[in-house]
Design a protein around this ligand. Structure first.
Ligand code: ADP
Ligand code: MG
Length: 656
């Protein structure tokens, strides 16, 4: 004898136990159904018909008893194989249609084929053909709420047939329909049966049941009668009937193997977009966290980077080849070391040294007319503009002759000019008092821009070294020495030569110290980086809050769409498909939030630039913030997605 397609042996199903009362719904069902049969299961409401159908369709597992499908024990199949059976072997038609409300008729019909991995073109064509065959050619783009009950039921029949629908499980398919639509649906099922589909029709209506070739009556969880209507050819001889062996072969070959992620991804992205769009206000509100998080991370990093670049540019505008040499006390009780002008001359002979300039300076009170000001006054020499790359913009720098004559002349910085002379007076030729000694202004230095810290390079007055020594500070010794090396890339080596020479000159006494601009720039960069990092991590906290928003919206979505998840499972989605779909939605949310955040950040950056704040957007910062948003989405979307994937199909289907 041939293997039956479906073979139930002593199937029992009970609910409850524990806290709630134990209900034995099915109490030992024995039943076999062969290929090509058209069976009606009748029984009063509450007799356990739907429960039986859920077990037949592998949506639910029996409490005890054996279910052999095409000879395979269903209890031994994994969840992916069960999904394969639901997808490839069964086609469900429910009393309540169970269409996905946000999808069009066409999309609803295509869904099982997406999970089966059918190529898009083939899928579209087949869905359109099925809808056409069921008289819905003009309704393919309509969503369920735009269709009548009869039309919705025909869409659900088309969906059941999408992957072949060898076994149509119809649970009260006419229950919600008027008699005319009901008759149409019955005619359709009749046709399908005669084409070789196994049709298992569940109904409480004997008249409807009479259209089947075999009527099984259940009452109180037991089969009480099983009669064949004598009006047909023996079922096994139907040429279209798919035999148990074929299905078993395909089950062992096909289940779970080819995943359909490309088609699904597109479907998931479309579905995610639609859901977001339908709930756009809520979505926008919840995404605010991610948007603000990304925007603040990007802006903070851009501001940090901007100020870093500004500071670095200013510092390196003095030249990165500059070394400063200072006298230093070798120990706390000893006097500060002195580098004499003779030693300066000796250092100037070193091959690595391009220019050397002693500076004798200090803070001093300055006055012009009745304006008082305090600024740094440095006695130096004519190398100054070249060493610091700092030209004079009005008048000229003092000359060698001024230096030899210890002339009372001064070149003033931009800030000093602003303070003492304002916009309208020409300072060149005017006399100012430095510590009550009159000096004539001969030039004005170009503006450098404010540096960080309290040192303002534009609040500077340069006078000849000799004048500073004689007229102001009363000492010949330099305060510090500025050395420009020949090669900006070899400051280290120049520093070493200077050290070696000083070692000899000072007989090994460490009463001096060397610093260089490059090292200072590096140190400054480090501080600025730490600052940016700190700002960035504060902003990252708002990303975290954003992630919680994503989780919240995903949990709501899963709750609201539990039925949809059940429908997807009934049409053959694997757990991994559901997981992937909801993860895709979470990622979509974060992508949209992240992009919106970047746009917002660019807008804020533009506004900051207009208000003269240095901003520098860098690709790594923007990409990093976006990646953080994505990762946040995945992490916080995972829990809700897994929750969705682990739903029990029957519980999900029957949820409100
Ligand atoms: P039918 O489809 O024949 O009307 P059902 O199979 O839906 O009947 O239900 C049979 C019985 O099982 C009913 O008495 C119902 O209350 C009970 N039942 C169904 N599902 C559950 C459940 N999840 N928990 C407890 N009882 C249930
Ligand atoms: Mg029912």
């Amino acid at each position: 004898m041939r293997t039956p397609l479906i073979d139930l042996r002593g199937i029992r199903k009970s609910y409850g136990g524990g806290d709630s009362p134990l209900v034995n719904v099915l109490r030992g069902i024995d039943l076999s159904i062969h290929a090509g049969e058209f069976v009606a299961i009748v029984g009063a409401s509450g007799s356990g018909k739907s429960t039986l159908m859920n077990i037949l369709g592998c949506l639910d597992r029996p409490t005890s008893g054996e279910y052999l499908f095409a000879g395979e024990n269903v209890a031994e199949l994994g969840s992916d194989e069960l999904a394969w059976l639901r997808r490839e072997a069964f086609g469900f038609v429910f009393q309540g249609y169970h269409l996905i409300p946000s999808g069009s008729a066409q999309e609803n019909v295509e869904m099982p084929a997406i999970y089966a991995g059918t190529p898009a073109a083939e899928r579209h064509a087949r869905a359109a053909a099925l809808l056409d065959r069921l008289g819905l050619a003009s309704r393919t783009g309509n969503r369920p709420h735009q269709l009548s009950g009869g039309q919705q039921q025909r869409v659900s029949i088309a969906r059941a047939l999408m992957n072949g629908g060898h076994i149509i499980l119809a649970d009260e398919p006419t229950g919600a329909l008027d008699s005319h639509s009901g008759a149409e649906v019955m005619t359709l099922l009749d046709e399908l049966a005669s084409q070789g589909h196994v049709v298992i029709l569940i109904t409480h209506d004997r008249e409807v049941a009479a259209r089947a070739k075999r009527v099984i009556e259940i009452s109180d969880g037991l089969v009480i009668s099983d009669t064949a209507n004598d009006r047909s050819t023996p079922p096994a001889d139907n040429p279209g009937a798919l035999q148990a062996v074929d299905l078993r072969k395909r089950l062992s070959e096909g289940s779970g193997s080819h995943s359909a992620w490309q088609g699904e991804l597109l479907d998931a992205v479309q579905a995610a977009w639609r859901v977001m769009w339908i709930n756009r206000f809520r979505t926008a509100l919840t995404l605010l966290g991610i948007v603000i998080g990304v925007a603040s991370v990007v802006v903070m990093l851009a501001v940090g980077e901007g100020s870093k670049r500004q500071v670095m540019a200013q510092m390196s505008s003095f030249g990165s080849n500059i070394i400063y040499l200072n006298g230093k006390a070798p120990n706390p009780r000893a006097p500060k070391g002195v580098i004499s002008l003779e030693e300066v001359a000796a250092l100037g002979e070193l091959p690595e040294v391009k220019m050397i300039m002693p500076v004798n300076g200090g803070q001093a009170g300055v006055r012009y007319g009745n304006v008082d000001h305090s600024s740094y006054v440095g006695g130096n020499d004519t190398h100054f503009p070249a060493i610091f790359n700092w030209p004079v913009v009005e008048g000229s720098y003092f000359s060698e002759a001024d230096e030899q004559n210890a002339a009372a002349v001064a070149v003033i910085g931009y800030k000093v000019r602003q303070k003492l002379f304002g916009e309208h007076t020409d300072p060149v030729g005017q006399y100012i008092l430095i510590e009550n000694v009159p000096f004539q202004v001969v030039g004005v230095l170009q503006e450098k821009g404010a540096t960080s810290g309290d040192l303002d390079s534009d609040n500077h007055i340069a006078i000849p070294y000799s004048s500073a020594s004689i007229r102001l500070f009363g000492t010949q010794d330099p305060e510090y020495i500025t050395i420009a090396t020949r090669d900006a890339n070899n400051v280290k080596q120049a520093e070493q030569s200077i050290r070696n020479l000083l070692q000899q000159l000072h007989h090994g006494k460490q009463d001096y110290e060397l610093t260089n601009n490059a090292a200072m720039i590096q140190a400054e960069a480090r501080t600025q980086n730490t600052l940016s990092l700190m700002l960035g991590s504060i902003a990252a906290i708002s990303l975290l809050v954003g992630g919680i928003g994503v989780m919240n919206i995903m949990l709501m979505t899963v709750r609201e769409r539990t039925r949809e998840i059940g429908i997807r499972m009934a049409t053959g989605a694997r757990q991994s498909d559901i997981l992937r779909q909801f993860l895709t939605e979470a990622v979509m949310l974060s992508v949209v939030g992240g992009l919106a955040g970047i746009v917002l950040a660019l807008g804020m950056g533009a506004a900051l630039l207009l208000s003269k704040v240095a901003v520098a957007f860098t690709l790594p910062a923007v990409a990093g913030a976006f990646a953080c948003a994505l990762i946040t989405g995945v992490i916080f979307g995972f829990m809700p997605a897994r929750k969705a994937a682990r739903l029990d199909p029957v519980a999900a289907l029957t949820s409100e």
